[in-house]
Design a protein around this ligand. Structure first.
Ligand SMILES: [Fe+2]
Length: 179
């Protein structure tokens, strides 16, 4: 699977501009102060790697991000057979913001971020190796799909304060789901 950025006017999901090369995606997102990088593991990692092994394999990348002033990080994973998969998908599938940055690195698997900004919706399909940093206040939603499969490093200013403030907009219903 390849990472992909699809940009649409926020009132017309059928008018799509598609970008797949790293530099196009990075520079487009940078216009909106959204960080996008690709990280590579410094050591081989198995599917069953522990959170400690995952953190060790990406140590230099994590260290670089933590120096930006973040306080903590963790490693989360979700599998299609997780009993809470449907519940987890629903949690952030509607448009919201956070008082803190949303910082994610995809160790494995995939998910779709939708950023609503400047009259556009930027749909970023994140795959293994993708790092994304949505600054606090960025209007967005996230779809992990009906069979969620990902392992991600999450970086926080303040994990207790990391809650969704929902805008009440139903715009997410007009855009293609991540299937
Ligand atoms: Fe979010």
């Amino acid at each position: 699977m390849q990472s992909k950025l699809t940009v649409c006017p926020d009132n017309d999901p059928t008018k799509q501009e598609v970008y797949v090369d790293f530099e196009s995606i990075r520079s487009l997102l940078a216009q909106y102060k959204i960080g996008y990088e690709r990280w590579t593991a410094e050591a081989p990692l198995s599917e069953t790697a522990t959170p400690e092994e995952v953190a060790a394999a990406y140590k230099s990348s994590i260290d670089k991000i933590m120096k930006m002033g973040y306080k903590t990080y963790d490693v989360v994973s979700l599998h299609p057979d997780s009993p809470n998969a449907a519940e987890a998908r629903k949690k952030f599938i509607n448009e919201h913001t956070h008082g803190e940055d949303e910082v994610r690195f995809f160790v494995d698997g995939s998910g779709m971020f939708y950023v609503h900004i400047d009259g556009k919706v930027c749909m970023l399909l994140c795959t293994k190796g993708d790092y994304i940093n949505l600054p606090a206040g960025t209007t967005h939603w996230f779809d992990m799909g009906p069979k969620p499969h990902f392992k991600a490093i999450r970086v926080f200013n303040n994990p207790e304060g990391w809650v969704g403030k929902f805008t009440g907009s139903t715009i997410s219903e007009n855009f293609p789901k991540y299937e």
